[in-house]
Ligand binder design. Structure first.
Ligand code: ZN
Length: 270
């Protein structure tokens, strides 16, 4: 972590401290510590060791695992952490056969509480069917797994472009602009390189591209982001924008879902 300030890996949101832990190739795992009641959650532990090492260094227990979706790079640490800490494992009920160690089933609109705070569950199909996002309205933060990335969105492994478009619209409609958004991968540089090709006249995007380039050149992370920043610079959230549409030759297309499908297709072949 040379040259990187402590702040970058720990952020306070109200009563919750969020620690970012690197795992596997380019995954981010998040440890949430609600320090008033000393409750601890971990989001998407793709491996157990870096998480248990960090918990040990902080002297923290583990109360629950929050799973955004079943992919191995988000769940491979579940069983080891569950047996080490005897914690709960929350995940999408329809995926109980695919999420290791699941103890508590969630669905769209499920009510969850963490350290006295409400947590809202949104089902965001697209990357997988049964992907969920965790929104903490009090702490103004969301954990969006592989649905929304910095300037990008997840690949469509199981869902359709229509499903993913609706999922992103759901997030845009429900997460206020001042929401801090934690994504599960460091994909930002390649997302930015693509974004400027489909939204070339977007000044906010160009400026952000330069910032991202500088951060990545120093091997610094670009997560978390905010809804406000994504609405301005993420092409997958800007499919109704006239400049973006004309940039990809779809200026007369009225169906935003079709523009989204085209942008996703261009990214897949980028
Ligand atoms: Zn995934």
């Amino acid at each position: 972590m040379s040259g990187q300030g402590q702040d970058e890996w720990k952020r306070r949101h109200g009563n919750i401290d969020v620690y970012t832990v690197k795992a596997l190739q380019d995954n981010y795992v998040f440890i949430l510590h609600e320090w008033k009641n000393n409750k601890v959650a971990v989001v998407d532990p793709g491996e157990a060791k870096p998480v248990s090492d960090k918990l040990q260094a902080l002297g923290l227990p583990l109360d629950c695992i929050l799973t955004t979706h079943h992919h191995w790079d988000h769940t491979d640490g579940n069983l080891a952490l569950k047996s080490q800490f005897d914690c709960k494992v929350y995940g999408f009920g329809g995926d109980k056969g695919r999420i290791p160690g699941i103890t508590d089933e969630l669905r769209e609109g499920s009510q969850l509480e963490f350290g006295g705070e409400p947590v809202e569950i949104f089902q965001t199909d697209g990357h997988t069917v049964g992907h969920i996002c965790f929104y903490f309205p009090q702490s103004k933060m969301a954990f969006v797994g592989d649905t929304l990335f910095v300037m990008g969105c997840g690949r469509l492994f199981e869902g359709t472009p229509k499903q993913m478009h609706e999922s992103l619209q759901k997030l845009a409609a429900n997460l206020p602009e001042n929401t801090t958004v934690y994504c599960a991968h460091e994909y930002t540089m390649s997302n930015a390189k693509f974004a400027v090709t489909v939204d070339s006249s977007n000044e906010d995007l160009r400026e952000r591209y330069r910032e991202i380039e500088s951060l990545r050149a120093q091997d610094r992370k670009t997560v978390p982001t905010t809804m406000e920043m994504e609405l301005k610079t993420n092409p997958f959230l800007r499919c109704g924008d006239p400049d973006l549409k004309s940039c990809i030759g779809m200026e007369s297309e009225q169906d935003e879902g079709k523009v989204f499908a085209r942008v996703r297709e261009l990214k897949d072949n980028f």
